[in-house]
Design a protein around this ligand. Structure first.
Ligand code: N01
Length: 527
């Protein structure tokens, strides 16, 4: 059995950086990856139109000044193929592949009395490691709902989160797509452009803000690169570690004309920074409603058919489910070959051999696309049979929802770390920034243990309890507690316990992590 200081599960952005950082510090590291390439979410999500909703100059690593200076993004919002190229470039540049085992899925991990882990792959290969780092991603276990009759469908079935590497040909095809979240919203305009017909099954309408994507502004790039580290530092002081230029004013302080003009200017800028239009959209439902009303008015301006426009207007709290960013999403419903079927809460009746039956009507398709999202944040972790102290499984431990300390470590599971786990800013921050902060923290922690001849670190139960309380207390003061069926809470997966998973507020999170380390890892048992 091969032995390592650290086994890392996953070779997305988190796993790649963990490998680089820990190897640099002299640890022996093995990365195990189910796919046959690096890139994680950007390896699997190859659907047409897939691109990041964070500006390219921010959605990139900062650990190497040379890397961030030499790489140039072609567009304001990088498309998936370019992000995958970037991941491959990083893997080559830092010679990562020699320590990554591709095409290998971890199925179980068991803690030994020695506080070392035995890790077993799908082919029964075993590794031993003192530490395990779960870099399994927040949106990596894709979800196909259990639709009755799905197995009978005779056409092609695709999922946006598990898209084929080969180009899918939609020419002359009748296509159905279930779901209207971020993935669908990006894919729909491009598929509609190719397919004979596209039918969109919408259960809950989403708010979407235009990306206004463009080629990279070279002057802006140059100005950022003149002092990239200062750009990163100032972004890291913001709520979501994004350069979103927040307006420090309540939406309710302005006259309705002033407010409208302000929203219009944010709409013209495009993207997620719309959420920062005012300082209370995320915390005050009345303020939030003004933003929702503005987006409704835009939908009605764009979509010609009044009934379709009204169906596309979300009735939910804006931002409570992930805000989407699009290119020509609403415009696509003006095409003759696109049909919106609002299935509402009744949902899909069933799948037939020909297609979808909804509201008693059968829709026939050559291709059926599931844009039905992910078992987010916990799905990939719980797919592995992880057993800690006293053979306790993580599944049992988390049966009422994920519990951990700092979103990084779990009581009962010593020497195991989760990168961007539930309870950390993760999906509600710039993911790559959050990843680097976590990896740096773990690397410092492992160095501390080594320097002090310690072999085991475990979150204390009390620290875990108070952490979960803190995560929830913060969420309670925001629109996220308004009860929408967001994947942030697990509500998109039937039977999944509902608990708000991300930690809100990157700067206060980082401060806490730093304080814990400075205090000799307070809240942990070290031996
Ligand atoms: O998944 P989703 P996604 N019957 O969960 C519907 C990131 N991302 O892959 O809302 C019928 O958002 C579901 O309906 P409802 C981003 O963080 C980023 O689109 O549950 N419909 C919903 O419409 C994003 O939030 C980027 O009522 C069903 C859709 O499927 C996250 O990934 C791009 C159903 C799922 O939407 C996930 O996005 C893409 C059922 N049984 C993704 N079950 C960018 O960076 C589910 N649905 C831009």
């Amino acid at each position: 059995m091969q032995k390592f200081d650290v086994v890392v599960v996953g070779a997305g952005f988190a796993g790649m950086y963990a490998l680089h950082k820990l190897r640099e510090l002299g640890f022996t590291v093995k990365v195990v990856e189910a796919g046959d390439g690096v890139g994680g979410t950007w390896f699997w999500n190859r659907y047409p139109g897939a691109r990041c909703d964070v500006h390219s100059l921010e959605y990139s690593y900062q650990f190497s000044e040379e890397l961030q200076q030499e790489w140039s993004w072609s567009e304001k919002y990088a498309p998936q193929p370019e992000i995958l190229d970037y991941a491959n470039h990083v893997a080559d540049r830092f010679d990562l592949r020699r320590d990554i085992q591709f095409g290998t899925r971890i199925i179980s991990m068991a803690l030994q009395a020695s506080s070392r882990w035995i890790i077993t792959t799908h082919s029964e290969e075993k590794f031993e490691a003192q530490f395990c780092i779960m870099a399994t991603g927040c949106l990596s276990k894709f979800n196909i709902p259990k639709f009755e009759g799905l197995e009978n469908f005779t056409g092609e079935v695709l999922h946006t989160g598990d898209w084929p590497k080969e180009e899918v040909d939609f020419e002359g095809k009748n296509v159905g797509i279930i779901g209207t979240g971020s993935s669908a919203i990006q894919a729909i305009p491009l598929i509609a452009d190719k397919a004979k017909s596209l039918t969109v099954f919408q259960r809950t309408a989403s708010y979407s803000i235009p990306a206004h994507n463009a080629e990279t502004d070279k002057k802006y790039e140059e100005s950022v690169k003149t002092d990239y580290s200062e750009f990163r530092r100032s972004n890291s002081l913001r709520y979501a570690a994004l350069n979103n230029n927040p307006t420090p004013v309540s939406a309710l302080e302005l006259s309705s004309d002033e407010r409208h003009a302000h929203y219009q200017s944010r709409w013209n800028d495009g993207g997620l920074s719309f959420l920062a239009s005012f300082n209370d959209i995320g915390s005050n439902l009345e303020a939030n409603k003004t933003a929702a009303t503005f987006v409704h008015s835009k939908i009605h301006e764009i979509v010609n058919d009044k009934t379709v426009a009204e169906l596309l207007c979300p009735k939910t709290v804006l931002g409570c489910k992930r805000l989407c960013v699009d290119t020509n999403y609403y415009q696509t419903f003006n095409r003759d070959n696109v049909k919106l079927v609002d299935i509402g809460e009744a949902g899909i009746d069933k799948i037939s051999d020909q297609g979808v039956i909804a509201q008693g009507e059968e829709f026939s398709f050559d291709t059926l696309i599931f844009a039905t999202g992910f078992d987010a944040m916990t799905g990939a972790l719980l797919d592995i049979d992880i057993r800690g102290n006293n053979n306790l499984s993580l599944k049992e431990k988390w049966q009422d929802g994920p519990k951990n300390y700092l979103g990084l470590t779990i009581h009962g599971f010593p020497n195991l770390f989760t990168i961007t786990g539930p309870g950390s800013p993760s999906v509600l921050a710039n993911m790559i920034v959050a990843i680097e902060q976590h990896v740096d923290w773990v690397a410092a922690c492992l160095s501390y243990l080594r320097d002090n001849s310690k072999h085991s670190i475990e979150a204390e139960g009390a620290a875990e309890e108070s952490w979960i309380q803190r995560v929830n207390d913060i969420a309670e003061t925001t629109i996220y507690s308004s009860g929408c069926n967001a994947w942030y809470t697990g509500a998109n997966i039937p039977g999944k316990p509902r608990i708000f998973m991300p930690y809100l507020g990157y700067p206060s999170y980082v401060e806490k992590c730093e304080r814990v380390a400075e205090q000799g890892y307070s809240g942990f048992k070290i031996s």
